[in-house]
Design a protein around this ligand. Sequence first.
Ligand code: CP
Ligand code: NVA
Length: 307
Amino acid sequence: MKKDFISIADSTPEALQSILDLAVELKKERREKGENKPILKGKVLGMIFQKPSLRTRVSFDMAMRHLGGDALYLSPNEIGLGQRESVADVARVLAGYVDIIMARVFAHQHVLDLAKWADIPVINGLSDYDHPCQGMADALTIFEKFNRIKGLNVSYIGDGNNVAVSLLHFCSKLGANFTIASPEGYDLSEKALNEGKTFAAKSGVSIRMMRDPHEAVKGADVIYTDTWTSMGQEEETEKRKKVFPPYQVNAKLVAEASPNVIVMHCLPAHRGQEITDEVADGPHSVLFPQAHNRMHAQKAILVSLFR
Ligand code: CP
Ligand code: NVA
């Protein structure tokens, strides 16, 4: 049966760990030998984008090239997913041309429908619900910095958005305590919280939701933040700019966490809003290794879909 990578919630902790192990291996292979073995030789990834991207587009493209395959960029204008043509038809047509589909969509249902109708693997490259490829790159980054994930305290400050959901998913699956501080009205969804609690019941971690960012970062090994306004919410930008300033990750907040804390952000960053320049470019920041790990983690995700 074909495999998909739609949400971290769908994978077992063992499967997630093996993706991370493979990512470490492929990253090391390329660093030491200057290249990867062409494991995906002849395979083509079709990349559907309904929203802009730097990291997802380039890191998937380069991941495929490094593994001997190729990638095809399909812009919002070309496909018109669900508008020019139904998602089910796009899925069945594309599946006859390419070997894998990666899609960045607005509605999460669209990526689920692509997976349902395409008889080839489908990867979620960000939806309005979650951002699992980002989550795997984040897990890899944390693992590299601390040599473990289990037992760490991860604190997310800001909007309970798609990036927060994938962070919650991997923390609760792989054994890190998860805390989120967000303003009223911007909490994690019930669905995400219930998923996190279900996984936490197995892994034994704690999941905390609170309003106070200062309380949230006490004892944190990882502070994570993301934009206050996600793609598709642009009309709320001004309203959100009034609500979120107490949730800015700045030097004062970082100083309240554990001394070896790392600061993460999926990027793009809105410097001076959710994160200051001082923190983004400071000694605790892992923003750029984190961005680079998108490519390494996604190589492992791509390969895992054919195993
Ligand atoms: N973090 C991330 O997904 O970046 P892009 O939107 O540039 O792909
Ligand atoms: N939460 C952000 C992440 C961007 C990579 C968004 O959805 O726009």
